[in-house]
Design a protein. Structure first.
Length: 398
């Protein structure tokens, strides 16, 4: 049978994961791969997570609350208070990772054929989740030459139609590493206010802001607080990607009550992971300081390596742990496959995520890769050395 749904056929494969078979084959042939294609940190998960799960002594592993465990919600409330953001327990829903939070948020604010504006390039799952819900993603083009910052207001407003329901973005940005300024956040808030739009703000990288820059949350814009849907996750903040614990937060209680119906439909999030995640929010504040310092060193290692390679262009990322780099190649995906299949330097190679998968505008990102600086500093320096030699030997350069 080939009667597959249009929604699943039109949904694109993950640009981050679709080349995994090539990597597995390379590893089976004995190659060492520096995986810079996926945002999987190698920072040790705080030990409280594992201890809390090991100490679980109930006789029955029962369903949890659909909205999330009260202890975890309370811990998140305390966490946000440190940033002068004040939520009540009926303004937070625990989700199966940030992914479910994004999917639920989109389903709650837009119907099939409605539109959501997304600064491009963007996290590829934004398009995937939108496609499944029948929602169209409208790209707001940003440029590497401008550091992927938000273009003028008129560029945004010309994209707004009667079907536009929301602006969706990550801040700090995945895949670009951009950190939007307070003025940019205010600009988007004004657009949302004037046109009656929701802002779905993916802030899972909020702790990763470099060079002493100030992070501004959309929740700081008090005059549009009921139009902001905050997406959160423990994955990157605490290096707990496998826990799959995220959250939706909004001062719009009516919206939260509606999204709760989706949470009830999937019953609950895993009990043990919620218990562990609760302890993550109790880590000492210096944990974030140490992690930020480490990631800034890693960012520097990648950036300094890239700018030394002839033909490579990138802006210095200010947040998250990604950088988009333009390479002197015709097709970055073909280059990444070549790195895995046909190239090695002393039996080592490197893997990136092809940039084209982070765009919906045809032809954009074809010569770009997203690099995740999530390995230790010496490994990243070695990966940049390998990239330099690979580009010198690659037959299909521009």
């Amino acid at each position: 049978m080939k009667n597959f749904s249009k929604r699943i056929i039109t949904m694109g494969a993950s640009p981050i994961r679709k080349l995994t078979p090539y990597a597995e084959e390379a590893k089976s042939n004995g190659k060492k791969i520096y995986h810079l294609n996926i945002g999987q940190p190698d920072i040790v998960t705080p030990e409280g997570f594992m201890k809390a799960i090991k100490n679980f002594d109930e006789k029955i592993l029962a369903y949890s609350y659909s909205e999330g465990m009260p202890t975890l919600i309370a811990a998140m409330i305390d966490y946000y208070e440190k940033y002068n953001l004040f939520f009540e327990k009926d303004e937070i829903l625990i989700t199966n990772g940030g992914s479910e939070a994004l999917s639920f948020a989109l389903q709650a604010v837009a119907d099939p054929l409605d539109e959501v504006i997304v600064p491009e390039p963007f996290y590829s799952n934004y398009a995937g989740f939108s496609t499944i819900a029948g929602i169209k993603t409208i790209p707001l083009v940003t440029k590497a030459e401008d550091g992927f910052h938000i273009p003028p207001k008129e560029n945004i407003e010309k994209l707004i139609t009667s079907r536009t329901k929301a602006i969706l973005l990550s801040n700090p940005g995945n895949p670009t590493g951009v950190v939007y300024t307070k003025e940019e956040v205010r600009l988007l808030a004004d657009v949302a206010k004037e046109h009656g739009l929701f802002i779905i703000s993916d802030e899972v990288y909020r702790e990763f802001v470099y060079d002493d820059l100030e992070f501004t949350s959309f929740c700081d814009m008090k005059d549009i607080c009921e139009q902001v849907i905050l997406v959160d996750s423990v994955s990157k903040r605490f290096s707990a990607c496998g826990a799959r614990i995220g959250a939706i937060l909004s001062k719009n209680k009516a919206l939260i009550a509606q999204i709760l119906k989706l949470c009830q439909g999937r019953l609950c999030c895993p009990t043990l992971e919620q218990i562990g995640a609760t302890e993550l929010y109790h880590v000492e504040t210096d944990y974030f300081e140490k992690v930020l310092c480490e990631y800034q060193k890693r960012r520097n290692a990648v950036y300094e390596g890239l700018i030394k390679i002839p033909g490579v262009f990138c802006q210095k990322p200010k947040g998250a742990f990604y950088v988009i780099a333009k390479l002197p190649v015709q097709d970055a995906e073909e280059f990444v496959i070549w790195l895995l299949k046909d190239f090695d330097l002393n039996n080592e190679t490197v893997m990136f995520a092809p940039g084209q998968g982070f765009y919906t505008t045809k032809g954009m990102g074809k010569d770009e890769v997203r690099i995740a600086h999530i390995l230790k500093e010496e490994d990243l320096k070695r990966a940049m050395e390998i990239l330099k030699i690979a580009l010198e030997k690659y037959p299909n350069k521009k």
